[in-house]
Design a protein around this ligand. Sequence first.
Ligand SMILES: Nc1nc2c(c(=O)[nH]1)N[C@H]1C(S)=C(S)[C@@H](COP(=O)(O)OP(=O)(O)OC[C@H]3O[C@@H](n4cnc5c(=O)[nH]c(N)nc54)[C@H](O)[C@@H]3O)O[C@H]1N2
Ligand SMILES: Nc1nc2c(c(=O)[nH]1)N[C@H]1C(S)=C(S)[C@@H](COP(=O)(O)OP(=O)(O)OC[C@H]3O[C@@H](n4cnc5c(=O)[nH]c(N)nc54)[C@H](O)[C@@H]3O)O[C@H]1N2
Ligand code: SF4
Ligand SMILES: [Mo]
Length: 862
Amino acid sequence: MYENAVQNSVKPGKWINSTCKMCLHSCSIRVHVTDDGVVNKIEGNPTNPSNECGLCPKGNSALMRLYDPQRIKTPMKRTNPRKGPDDDPGWVPISWDEALDIVGKELKKTFDDDPRKLLPAINDFHKLYLWGWPAAFGGNNNYFSVVGTLCGGGYHPMNGFIHSTFAAGNDSDYCNYWINNGGCDGFSSHLHVAGAARHMARARARGMKLVSVDPRLSTSAAKSDEWIPIRPATDRHFALGLCYVMISENLYDAKFLKKDTNAVYLVGPDGFFVRNKDKKPYVWDSVENKAKTYDDKTIKDYALEGEYEVEGVKASPAFQIFKNHIKNCTPDEVSQITTIPAKDIQRIAREFAKAASIGSKIEIDGKELPLRPAGYNYYRGAQGHKSGTMSNHAYKLVNFLVGSIDAPGGHVGFTLDDVMIDRGHIWEGEGGQIKTTPHQLGPGVPFAYPPNTAHLMDYFPVGVHTGHLIAETFFDPKKWGMDFQPDTMLICHSNPLWNMNGPQDKYFAIMRSMRFIVAIDILLNESTVWADVVLPTLDNLERWNMTMIEPTVTEGPCLTQPIIKPLYDVKSEEEIFNEISERVGILDQWNEVQNFANMFFEKPELMLKPGVKYSDKDIAERKGKLWDNKDLEWFKQKGHAVTKRQPDKFYRPWEGQRIHFYLEDVLKEKKQLQEKMKKAKVPFYDIWQWDDYQGVPTDVLDPIHKEAAEFDMYAISFKDVQINFGESLSIPWISDIVRKDPVHMGILINTKTAEKRGIGNGDLMKVTSPYGTIMGLARLTEGVHHETIAVSNALTRWTGYHAVVKAGGGHFNKLLPANLENTCACSGQMEAAAKVKVEFFRKNPNDGQVVESEFSKYRYEK
Ligand SMILES: Nc1nc2c(c(=O)[nH]1)N[C@H]1C(S)=C(S)[C@@H](COP(=O)(O)OP(=O)(O)OC[C@H]3O[C@@H](n4cnc5c(=O)[nH]c(N)nc54)[C@H](O)[C@@H]3O)O[C@H]1N2
Ligand SMILES: Nc1nc2c(c(=O)[nH]1)N[C@H]1C(S)=C(S)[C@@H](COP(=O)(O)OP(=O)(O)OC[C@H]3O[C@@H](n4cnc5c(=O)[nH]c(N)nc54)[C@H](O)[C@@H]3O)O[C@H]1N2
Ligand code: SF4
Ligand SMILES: [Mo]
């Protein structure tokens, strides 16, 4: 529809197709480069059905990243041995040979000593295979970061467990009732926002109702039919309240639950399905009143409720177990917990179920499918809490009840990267169910005691990396049975000191104690300034890559190609990792890891050979061929191979198998872990929070709600469309937009709450949690829940190394708990909200003027 969009540049030159990387997604772009070699305009590529012709503000400003005068221009070595946030590293430029030799020598030393002593933080989503590099480094499984966990610790494993997908969202093509819970899909964050905003706008224009459940009047909430302010970290209760209403008022899709899910399987007293001698789960035939195996052709109807005697034990259908779990989740009870009026909970449940039009059908590409145009969509704000496993499961169950999982109009799975055009994401599992795939971001970490990881990942068999737990183990290694102490760090495309939750002073101490740190980045950030050697890499407009990251309604890889030659003496990450690997003596292992991570083994002719150093271009070319044999020339012309998602892969890709309403596999994982921990006599067995492993969610309250009474408010943080984490604040255009917007330039507090505490607009406020303190200017607004303060990512930086980035009054993440108690023992999800006390600090007659000098005092704990 945008095929004929006009593209303009006042200067003569040419347009080159490529891919945006100003956030982790991958919108297609066209870049104008003038005849004299200057990139002067970036626009959306109208041929990509994901972003159509759209770009968000970050995408438009990518040329300012390329031309940032403060890019790292050459390898650098530190001369000041003192390391701290205020210590000038005393960088001196060095040659690539010298830099790589130092890094090679130091890492080889660690490798020979004990590979577990390396702490890697490698986070480029566009090059997920780089995340695998530590595997080549002696099978290192450490992770000094919470990328993927702070947002999706519970989310990704649960998507994988339930319907074998990486992420999920609502089908904007047909959805008529969209709940956005703690996420801003379609407006300002999460998936392919530049495209999703268009898809959302079209759905709204055709009359789709939108309800946003968020403590903050987010962009999504502001544009919704309804904003439902909720007390933070109570979203699971809201969802369970909806389920309660739908079940008690018979507003659910029984046919779907019986035919397409394991909700009918009989669960015994131990939580496992009751099986016959051939390991086949039983169901109850409610017509013949007897137990049969799930695949018995004579089943007349399935019982969803009741209690029965099977194989000598009492058993109930999984659906009944869920019903038992939520018997207290009445609208009145849930209202007490969430502060949402009971009548709204009831009404939304009814509206949602009605909109789902249970029983209706639609024909797509000649195939008849159930139409369920209602979807409960959610992300970080809703799921990023201690009981991450159960929370995600609760949100899925709302969708299960109306039969909208993977149905047109409903809640559909979005994959990370399908790799090959004819490869789906569903595999056959056991007992008529699909195979569960919790490890969406890479293989799980095997059990070991003493632990082999610095962050206890050996005990999270289904989770995403719990990087923050290093704050527990590093200073008390004995308690955790550690027989090694990390002393080396490799940071690539990451800002762990910024991204991690919890005690900044401890993270500083960890950095300070490192024998050697190498960082690979474009710019200096809060973490890379602690490095001993910095290796500069290519900007996105100078490099090769092929990627597809969490496309929503589309599929197919996107090419990144160099628009201009590198501006400085920088190298691709591929070249850097190859050179380091060669010096450490692990090049062959690295090529093997890449074959695995990129699935080149699927087409043996694409496999990397031992002893060869492959460039970024080589890898990009192979990834393109893996998709559907198109060569690099084809991609260079077109820029991408993105199409609308094939309906067979998108809608009910598991047809004929059952998806997981009940998570028996979670209980299996728990049992296995318990056995292993007991056998190995792991001393912290008793403090492991086994209740986080459940077949269906419960209504237990998260520990954050039980902090001491003086912490009487909640603190949350949020992203926005202009900012990618905090990193795009280095871009003048972005900084300019952000700094004019009061939402980003102060701590949001409800007007009435502030007045009660004697806090006026613009006053300096002190926010203290049991774990840390931040300062900020009060921004009084009706657009935030009365018990909550909200902090934009724009206020979280503390760097003094970039002229455009300004310090806020301390990093939000210091407020967060980073301990075991506040970590989901199943998924590794940590708590992303805090309990705080909020105090008037001082009048600020000068508002914006005073802020910067004032804030610099509170940038971090000294
Ligand atoms: N523009 C932009 N897009 C991005 C990114 C980015 O940095 N910028 N990052 C990408 C990444 S890695 C991720 S993980 C996704 C994240 O995408 P989202 O999850 O959509 O974004 P967030 O802003 O992290 O959190 C969403 C909302 O949760 C709310 N919130 C906080 N606590 C609670 C709570 O307890 N309950 C409820 N109901 N809401 C709460 C916040 O007010 C915020 O509006 O976005 C991706 N896309
Ligand atoms: N307070 C707060 N904390 C958060 C979040 C939040 O919203 N608020 N979000 C959480 C989430 S969801 C996530 S996923 C994490 C994200 O955490 P990180 O991924 O650590 O965040 P970034 O700030 O994007 O750090 C990326 C670094 O990559 C560099 N970079 C950019 N392009 C390239 C490149 O091509 N090559 C290389 N080598 N480097 C490059 C940038 O200069 C920047 O220094 O943070 C988590 N922590
Ligand atoms: S959403 Fe991300 S990939 Fe798309 S234009 Fe914006 S920054 Fe670029
Ligand atoms: Mo994230």
